[in-house]
Design a protein around this ligand. Structure first.
Ligand SMILES: NC(=O)c1ccc[n+]([C@@H]2O[C@H](COP(=O)([O-])OP(=O)(O)OC[C@H]3O[C@@H](n4cnc5c(N)ncnc54)[C@H](O)[C@@H]3O)[C@@H](O)[C@H]2O)c1
Length: 455
């Protein structure tokens, strides 16, 4: 752990933010022995907001592009990744689109599992877009260093991570840091208009909901193709880092990685999180050593505090019916939330006649940067954490086959992260043993409902 200066808790004004930021920058510079430039932003549109990007894959590059598109006075000054090819590709892509705004000196390109700390130290705002297992430690560090954050969903993949994010979210509030979470439906006009009607009671009492992410396998990096690319054998951890989608400690399973979007919408409808879950799941069709330890389907029934129930499905199987959507059934009608329509006593359909709806990926950055510039409250971390934990709860229910309450899940303290991974140099870290390793047949053990414990 570092000896960074931690400011006293309590609300911070925009002016005092400048000074605490300066102290942080100084502390961080001492820590990393890196020079930190002036650290001023906020009040006037002309003040430059300096960004660091941690995790330079598809979404990280997209998020950085959107952040750089929020206005003229934004620049990318530091980056961090664990794979040089991803860093080079992302910088080339961003540099070609935002020539003058990508100003990353060589000494501000950081590699390795601890690179995030050094990149965060250079910036006013950090974009966290690694695989989600790393999010809690990185978010905690960003808040500790007093930086604004945009972090991708999910924000955790286990209970220990959830608790870390909830604690850091509260600390961020005290420090007046702005935090955006990549659950972009909250910034999508059609969803906002629909949700307003549901919250205004136009559907009556909402008694049941449905949520789906049924689709195909997103991508896979086979061990054979990776070893060909590297020209050598990979350590198990190196392999799992490249093929991260299929391992719980980094990805959380697809119920966390994708289905969170739909579960988050249902939590938004209910303005809370479920109190219990029960479900079924398994891996029927997507079998093989390169598909790791995750299931290819989960079917979960989530119960909310008021007794209403959400029936949820997510599936990665080829040749089946596909659907990504959310629905609500109330005493006065039914709503296709993702389709932005209501049928019932007050039928309605969202129409964007004024063409006001922006791409939600851009809108979420516009909203976050406006909050930073105008110093308005902005903290999406708590609902982001609750939606992420809803997915974790669902996975615990399908893996164990048990009915699990929210409270029991939290008691479990499930912690899947590889211990000390960001405390040792890369060469040592890639020799650490991940939680799941293949057997002699190359296959990973999957959870067995009825036998696997959820904690
Ligand atoms: N909001 C959305 O609609 C949306 C869409 C796509 C992805 N995402 C989320 O974005 C995140 C990233 O997804 P992606 O598709 O960009 O994945 P990706 O594999 O393309 O990118 C991940 C990047 O992180 C790097 N990385 C891995 N571990 C790291 C570490 N410890 N420190 C620094 N860098 C590290 C990788 O090398 C890679 O460059 C995921 O959480 C995903 O769920 C959100």
């Amino acid at each position: 752990m570092s000896n960074l200066i931690v400011p006293a808790s309590g609300p911070v004004t925009r002016r005092s933010f400048f000074s605490t930021s300066t102290k942080f920058a100084a502390g961080a510079a001492a820590l990393s022995t890196l020079p930190v430039e002036r650290f001023v932003h906020g009040a006037s549109p002309g003040d430059t907001i300096k960004i660091a990007l941690v995790g330079m894959g598809g979404r990280g590059s997209g998020a950085a592009d959107q952040a750089l598109s929020t206005g003229e006075s934004v620049k990318l000054v530091a980056v961090a990744d664990v794979h040089k090819d991803r860093m080079d590709g992302s910088l080339a892509q961003l540099g070609s689109k935002h020539k003058n705004k990508v100003q990353v000196k060589d000494e501000n390109k950081f590699m390795g599992f601890d690179a995030y700390k050094k990149a965060i130290a250079q910036a006013d705002l950090v974009i966290l877009a690694t695989p989600p297992g790393f999010r809690p430690m990185q978010f905690e560090e960003a808040v500790r260093q007093g930086k604004h954050v945009f972090m991708e969903k999910p924000v955790c993949v286990d209970v220990a991570g959830y608790k870390k994010v909830i604690a850091a979210a509260a600390e961020a509030k005290k420090k007046n840091l702005k935090v955006g979470v990549g659950l972009q439906r909250h910034h999508q006009l059609g969803y906002l208009e629909t949700m307003k009607r549901l919250h205004d009671g136009e559907l009556g009492e909402i008694q049941a909901m449905r949520a789906y992410w049924n689709g195909n396998t997103p991508w896979v990096k086979t061990r054979a193709s990776l070893e060909q690319q590297y020209g050598r054998k990979l350590t198990e951890l190196e392999y799992q880092m490249r093929n991260w989608y299929y391992f719980v400690w980094v990805c959380g399973d697809h119920i966390c990685e994708q289905h969170i979007h739909n579960l988050d919408v249902i939590n938004w409808v209910k303005r809370g999180h479920p109190v219990k879950a029960r479900g079924n799941g398994g891996c029927e069709t997507r079998k093989g050593p390169d598909y790791g330890e995750i299931f290819d389907h989960h079917v979960v029934e989530f119960t909310y505090e008021d007794g209403s129930v959400c029936f949820s499905q997510c599936r990665h199987q080829l040749g089946c019916w596909n659907d990504v959507s959310e629905h609500a059934i109330g005493t006065k009608g039914v709503c296709n939330i993702s389709g932005h329509t209501i049928r019932g006593e007050k039928s309605w359909r969202f129409r964007d006649d004024a063409k006001k709806a922006k791409n939600p990926y851009q809108q979420e950055h516009d909203d976050l940067f406006a909050a930073i510039r105008n110093d308005t409250p902005y903290n999406e971390a708590e609902y982001g954490a609750n939606s992420s934990m809803t997915s974790v709860l669902g996975r615990m229910a399908t893996y164990s086959g048990k009915e699990i309450t929210w409270d029991k899940a939290l008691e479990s303290n499930l912690d899947t992260m590889v211990k000390g991974i960001d405390q040792v140099p890369w060469e040592q870290a890639i020799r650490l043993t991940p939680p799941s390793v293949p057997g002699s047949d190359g296959m990973y053990k999957l959870a067995v409902p009825g036998k696997t414990t959820f904690g």
